[in-house]
Design a protein around this ligand. Structure first.
Ligand code: ZN
Ligand code: ZN
Length: 139
C-alpha cells in the first residue's frame, strides 16, 4: 500500500485532522472492504487505542459527509462504511448478507435524477437485492 499522508487527506476536505479521524480513516482504509461501525470499533480496540463508541460513530459520519468514507445503508441492521475512490452501488445477498460492489455507470453523485419538488438531490444510492452466486449454487 502506498504511503498516504492521512492527515493531509483529511485536511484536504476542509475537516480538521483530529486524532480520532486520522485513526478511524487509516484503519478503515487499511482494512479495506465494507465494515460496520461495530467492526471499526473492534479495529480501534485491536490497535490499542481508546475511543468511545460515540466518537467512532461521529467520526464515521464526519468522514462520510465529506465523501472520504462511503456509507451504505444495506437495509435492516447496521450501515456499512468503506474507503472508496469511486462512487458505486451495492448488491446485498438476501441469504448470506454478503455485500458486493456494483459499478456505477456515472461514477459520481448524484447518478440518478428524481423530480422532488423543491428539493436539491445530491445523492442516489442503489441497493440491489437478490441471491448471490454462492448461495444460488448451494440451493
Ligand atoms: Zn449469499
Ligand atoms: Zn462498496
Amino acid at each position: 500500500m502506498p504511503a498516504v499522508n492521512t492527515s493531509q487527506v483529511i485536511r484536504g476536505t476542509g475537516l480538521r485532522a483530529t486524532k480520532p479521524r486520522i485513526l478511524v480513516y487509516g484503519l478503515l482504509r487499511d482494512a479495506g472492504g465494507h465494515r460496520t461501525a461495530d467492526e471499526v470499533a473492534g479495529m480501534v480496540a485491536d490497535s490499542g487505542r481508546r475511543l468511545p463508541r460515540a466518537s467512532i460513530y461521529n467520526v464515521l459520519e464526519d468522514l462520510s459527509r465529506v465523501d472520504l468514507v462511503m456509507r451504505a445503508d444495506r437495509g435492516p441492521g447496521s450501515a456499512i462504511y468503506e474507503v472508496a475512490d469511486t462512487w458505486h452501488h451495492h448488491f446485498v445477498c438476501r441469504e448470506c448478507g454478503r455485500v458486493t460492489d456494483v459499478p456505477c455507470a456515472i461514477g459520481s453523485k448524484p447518478c440518478l435524477d428524481a423530480d422532488v419538488p423543491g428539493a436539491v438531490i445530491d445523492e442516489a444510492q442503489i441497493i440491489f437485492r437478490g441471491i448471490c452466486a454462492s448461495c444460488t449454487d448451494r440451493n
